[in-house]
Design a protein. Structure first.
Length: 421
């Protein structure tokens, strides 16, 4: 089963001779966009690696306050994703919208040096996530539109692997900067800003900016601008509704990465000086498995791989709750956490290639991405509140039970008509 991506719609990636047949397994634009994401993730993950500890230990935020900020971090990008996806389809220039998003995020990095209150930090993080929301759907649309349907999983796997290389290097850079600089956090934020600018430059210079002004190539009549009603009409597609609904359902029980690392630090007694390296463990596993699991999803079905990833995440929750405190706890949890992302992060957008028409691809990606991100926004708020009121163990146990139930429901909803795969 391909996460309901079989039986493509009449307009969805079915043009003969245009992208089928022999050719490179991964389009050059995928590699260039992967390079942009690698550089940008070095910048963003430098901040992400130190932010939980900076907020909780330096600024004295409570778990509820941190949960609110973490929710803003995810929720704002979710709301903006719809706008970014629709505008990219409407003006038929995915590079322009992606560039605006990357540029806005780069501008926000230096502002972290000036933000010391929850209001100021919330504003800066909201602007940063606005940039992420603007760029995500157009970027993924460029990857999807450059790749045949049967290779979508591999293409997104390659992009996510390169993206995750940046996610791996970012915490390492933050770790060494914190150890070397007197004002460690300020130094991290400053270097992060410089790296983010480099990513924008690579995007502007090397990512093709060809406008998609025709329906299927030369000689075809130009398409009229995409209307909002046309984009919203995508929700009439049963397969897209199933994807969006299951992404939201599972997102409601997906605990934020920052909370996972805070829980692991407390559970395993990880020293503060090593905290910034915890995301590195997730990133290494993600990097190693993103391409193999993407290719596996193309072969055996995206539903199978997608749900298996959530089973891995559920196992990580169980270890945090009940496993004995052994030296293997940290690598085991991080390995399962990275496997979860490798099995889900690229597989979900890959499933949309055979569902959404080309001229609405960014809008379709935005709808599914927004449903997932909004659900994770709600999860961050709820988890932070539950941790504050009942403690971290009860909060995580509730998320684990919810994830088990939601994965079972998603398995039924995403089940193909021809039988389970």
């Amino acid at each position: 089963m391909y996460l309901t991506d079989r039986s493509a719609t009449p307009e969805a990636d079915t043009t003969p001779g245009r992208r089928r047949g022999p050719g490179p397994r991964v389009a050059p634009v995928v590699l260039v966009l992967g390079t942009v994401s690698l550089i940008t993730d070095v910048s963003s993950e430098m901040v992400t690696a130190v932010l939980p500890l900076y907020l909780v230990t330096t600024l004295g935020f409570s778990p509820l306050g941190f949960g609110a900020l973490d929710g803003v971090y995810n929720g704002v990008s979710a709301l903006v994703q719809l706008t970014g996806g629709h505008l990219a389809d409407r003006i038929r220039n995915h590079k322009l919208l992606a560039g605006l998003g990357y540029g806005l995020s780069a501008l926000c990095k230096p502002l972290l040096l000036l933000a010391g209150s929850i209001g100021a930090l919330g504003t800066v993080l909201a602007l940063d996530r606005t940039g992420k929301g603007l760029r995500t759907a157009p970027r993924d649309a460029m990857i999807s539109l450059s790749t045949p349907v049967e290779r979508q999983g591999r293409a997104f796997g390659v992009h996510r692997a390169m993206d995750t290389t940046g996610a791996m290097l970012g915490p390492l850079a933050a770790f060494f900067i914190l150890r070397a600089a007197a004002d460690g956090y300020d130094a991290v934020f400053g270097v992060s800003a410089c790296v983010a600018v480099l990513g924008v430059i690579v995007l502007l210079l090397f990512v093709p900016g060809k406008r998609r002004d025709t329906q299927d190539g030369a000689g075809a009549e130009p398409r009229p601008p995409v209307r909002v009603a046309e984009a919203l009409a995508l929700l009439r597609l049963p397969r897209l509704r199933a994807l969006a609904g299951c992404a939201a359902l599972l997102g409601l029980t997906t605990v934020s990465d920052a909370f996972v690392y805070l829980l692991l630090q407390r559970r395993a007694g990880v020293g503060e000086e090593w905290f910034t390296l915890l995301p590195l463990g997730t990133a290494v596993v993600f990097l190693l498995l993103a391409v193999p699991l993407g290719a596996l999803a193309d072969r055996i079905g995206r539903r199978t791989v997608f749900l298996a990833g959530h089973v891995g995440l559920l196992t990580a929750y169980a270890l945090l709750l009940w496993a004995p405190d052994t030296p293997l706890l940290v690598p085991a949890v991080l390995a399962l956490h990275g496997s979860f992302y490798a099995a889900t992060d690229g597989v979900l957008p890959a499933a949309l290639a055979g569902v959404v028409p080309e001229h609405l691809r960014a809008s379709g990606l935005a709808i599914v991405g927004t449903s997932q991100a909004l659900a994770r926004f709600c999860c961050s708020l709820a988890f932070g509140a539950a941790w504050t009121v009942w403690g971290d163990g009860t909060a995580l146990a509730g998320s684990a039970i919810g994830l088990l139930c939601c994965a079972a429901v998603a398995g039924v909803v995403l089940r193909p008509s021809g039988g389970p795969r």
